[in-house]
Design a protein around this ligand. Structure first.
Ligand SMILES: Nc1ncnc2c1ncn2[C@@H]1O[C@H](COP(=O)(O)OP(=O)(O)OP(=O)(O)O)[C@@H](O)[C@H]1O
Ligand SMILES: [Mg+2]
Length: 172
C-alpha cells in the first residue's frame, strides 16, 4: 500500500492505492480496529468501486459472523456488536428520496457505527459523517481517499496508518 497524508483545507486526508480486494479488506480491518465509540462513515464511489467490500471486511473484523447481506433493497442491515450497540450498514442506491429514511427509525441511539453507501442520496436525513471514504478504479486496483471531517474523524484517521501498515505487512 502506498499512503500519503495531506491537509487540503481543514480536512485531513490519507490517500492510498489498494492494489487488490485484499488491500480493501485490510483497510476495513484497520478502520474497525481504530474505530471510536460512535462513528459515521460515508462510502463514496461508483458502482463496483469496492464500498461493500470495505464495509463487509469492517463488519467481519468487528465479529459479525453470520451472512452480511447487501442492504440494496432493505436500505439498512443492522448487526448487534459484541462490544456495544449495533453497526448499521446502509446502501441508499435505490432510495427514492431521503425522506424514506424516516420510516426506518434511524434516529436510534443503538447505532454505534454507521457505514453508508451512496450517502449522497440520503438528503439531510443521515447523521453527519466523521470519515468519508472515496473509492475509484485505478488500473486493476482502487484508489482510496480517507477524509476526516470531524474531530472524531481526525482522531480516527490519526490512529489508522500504524494499524494499517501492520495489517498489510502481516499479509505480505
Ligand atoms: N482494491 C481493489 N482492487 C481490485 N478489485 C477490488 C478492490 N476492492 C474491491 N474490489 C472488487 O470490486 C468488486 C466490486 O466491489 P463492491 O461490490 O464492494 O463494490 P460497491 O462499491 O459496493 O458497488 P455498488 O455501488 O454496486 O454497491 C468486487 O468484485 C471486489 O472484490
Ligand atoms: Mg455495494
Amino acid at each position: 500500500m502506498v499512503a500519503a497524508i495531506g491537509e487540503p483545507g481543514n480536512d485531513q486526508v490519507i490517500s492510498m492505492l489498494l492494489e487488490d480486494a485484499e488491500a480493501t479488506n485490510a483497510l476495513g480491518v484497520a478502520l474497525a480496529q481504530t474505530r471510536p465509540a460512535r462513528g459515521v462513515v460515508y462510502l463514496h464511489g461508483d458502482l463496483g468501486a469496492g464500498k461493500s467490500t470495505l464495509a463487509r471486511a469492517l463488519l467481519r473484523a468487528l465479529g459479525v459472523t453470520g451472512a452480511i447481506r447487501s442492504p440494496t433493497y432493505t436500505l439498512v442491515e443492522r448487526y448487534p456488536l459484541a462490544a456495544e450497540g449495533e453497526a448499521w450498514h446502509l446502501d441508499l442506491y435505490r432510495i427514492g428520496n431521503g425522506g424514506e429514511l424516516e420510516f426506518l427509525g434511524l434516529d436510534s441511539d443503538e447505532a454505534t457505527l454507521w457505514l453508508v453507501e451512496w450517502p449522497e442520496r440520503g438528503g439531510g436525513f443521515l447523521p453527519a459523517a466523521d470519515l468519508r471514504v472515496d473509492l475509484e478504479v485505478a488500473g486493476q486496483g482502487r484508489h482510496a481517499n480517507v477524509t476526516a471531517v470531524t474531530e472524531t474523524g481526525r482522531a480516527w484517521l490519526a490512529r489508522l496508518p500504524a494499524v494499517n501498515t501492520r495489517a498489510v505487512a502481516a499479509d505480505s
